[in-house]
Design a protein around this ligand. Structure first.
Ligand SMILES: NC(=O)c1ccc[n+]([C@@H]2O[C@H](COP(=O)([O-])OP(=O)(O)OC[C@H]3O[C@@H](n4cnc5c(N)ncnc54)[C@H](O)[C@@H]3O)[C@@H](O)[C@H]2O)c1
Length: 277
């Protein structure tokens, strides 16, 4: 993919696991990158990229960082289940700051959402992009909120956004659940490139998973951006299919271990959200 965005691209969470992959690959492709994180950037800076340390809870800093940017790749924030007070600043206030900056710059937002926004759907269900949100913790709630903020800013201000509901994006499949939700780094990089370069996106949800035979997810907005995964978790099936937790709550739901954190129900939560009339 040789096309390069005309305006600078702001990448939040640049010092994190996925941010570092994106900074390296997009930098190598010659993209004009502006990197930011609350932690120092641990790698050599890609040619043409700058790094600024900033807290997502600092709205002025995010406005300044986004000046003249055409796209904000929003990968920063709390990326695991944490108490609500820890999620609030980076993920709730932070998302608002990102969207205010995008509104001012007429920029597109590509948001690293998560399967944990829908984690309390059972694993037997096949979900489309318009399924109900069923977050499995405060982190998952913050991702559902981020997607909804995207809807609001599209409807009210015309801010385009692509919400990547990422499964498990890591170098290798490390358990049975990840056979369904794995996203390879290479598929992630192509997904982010297409989400940035596609001429018009409106507001989209795309499942961030490779081409996994055991996948939980179906329809989404990928055709709009011309993306299809090229990798697959399937070669890991023999080594990982027996690698389960033994926790019935974790194994029942798509969100896995996050569903089991602080779980106080005595009966499983029902398959459908609303009882039949
Ligand atoms: N890795 C996955 O499999 C996966 C799955 C679903 C969603 N995601 C989402 O993708 C994004 C990146 O994930 P990751 O695995 O690289 O996570 P990560 O924790 O490695 O990276 C997140 C980065 O955000 C930064 N950050 C945290 N609080 C901040 C703040 N207040 N201000 C500025 N920066 C702050 C951290 O310093 C960190 O470098 C996250 O939003 C995560 O929720 C990742």
């Amino acid at each position: 993919m040789d096309e390069i965005p005309a305006r600078p691209v702001l990448l939040t969470g640049a010092s994190g696991a996925l941010g570092r992959v994106l900074a390296k690959e997009l930098g190598a492709a010659g993209w004009p990158l502006r990197l930011t994180d609350i932690r120092p950037f641990p790698d050599p800076l890609p040619a043409g990229a700058g790094f600024t340390r900033a807290d997502l809870a600092d709205g002025m800093a995010i406005l300044r960082l986004a000046e003249n940017c055409g796209t904000i790749l929003h990968f920063g924030g709390v990326s695991v289940e944490r108490p609500f007070a820890e999620v609030l600043g980076p993920n709730i206030q932070g998302l608002y700051h990102v969207y205010e900056a995008a509104r001012r710059e007429r920029a597109r937002v590509v948001f690293a959402s998560s399967n944990h926004a829908i984690g309390f759907h059972e694993r037997s269900e096949r979900l489309d992009h318009d399924c109900q949100f069923r977050p499995d913790g405060y982190y998952g709630v913050s991702k559902a909120y981020g997607e909804l903020l995207g809807r609001l800013y599209w409807d009210k201000h015309g801010v385009e956004n692509v919400n990547l509901r990422i499964g498990g994006c890591r170098p290798k499949v490390n358990n049975a659940r990840t056979l369904a939700i794995w996203l390879s780094y290479a598929d992630l990089v192509r997904l982010v490139m297409q989400a940035t370069l596609a001429p018009a996106v409106g507001t989209l949800v795309i499942w961030g998973a490779s081409n996994n035979a055991r996948g939980f997810w179906g329809r989404d907005g990928r055709a709009v951006i011309g993306w299809a995964p090229e990798d697959s978790a399937d070669p890991f099936i023999p080594g990982q299919q027996g690698n389960v937790s033994g926790n019935p709550v974790e194994e029942r739901y798509q969100g896995g271990p996050y569903c089991a954190i602080d779980y106080t129900r005595t009966e499983p939560s029902p398959k459908t959200l609303f009882p039949a009339a």
